[in-house]
Design a protein around this ligand. Sequence first.
Ligand SMILES: [Zn+2]
Length: 226
Amino acid sequence: MKRSGYWLKRGILAFIAILGAAQMNGSVKPKRSKKDMSALITISSEKNIPEWLRGTPVGMLLAIQNLGARFTLSASQLPPLLIGTCMDYRISLKIPPKFAFIIRTAGANMRDQDFPIAFALSTQKVNAIAIIGHTECGMAELNDKKKAFVSGLEAALKWTPEKAGEFFDSNVDQFNIGTVVPFTLQETVRLRSQFPGVIIAPLLYDVSNGKLSVIREKPALPAEKK
Ligand SMILES: [Zn+2]
């Protein structure tokens, strides 16, 4: 069964979109390069939500977070979504009660999370996953942050320079995500391969305004071309 449109087809979706104030709150535009902007699909109205995500739990998340939409799902339909995102304190998702499993790791790195993801997919009602990277992630380009990290360990924790340096060096490869957008895409592709048939969407959270974008994929998914 085609997952896209799953919720709508079953007629289980009650949708009340509250637009207006939430949509036009005059927030400051995030500073991004042209290249970054082209990699993102901004969601400022319902029509911006890619077709392959409309009517899915990911589409609902986008509408709730960015457009102030509200959904009513019955207890038997919950939870529909698993969210994998970063531990960063600035990420504030406006999800309704019991709407989603949330795995938070440094850098939204899901490499060691296949077992808990499989749990949510197999024994719960989850049929969609949102992988949410974010702007200004501390785990991005981690090698560039060694000096601050190590001196912080020395100052805050009274570690010796040797202990701090060795600690950083022995962990950096495991936690460094490089560049956020490509990494989030890479994790999405990996998870799709591991969990075929599940809707898995790469998103970006902007810590400057609390909005989600969809990371554009090239080439477009078959579902996107329709
Ligand atoms: Zn982060």
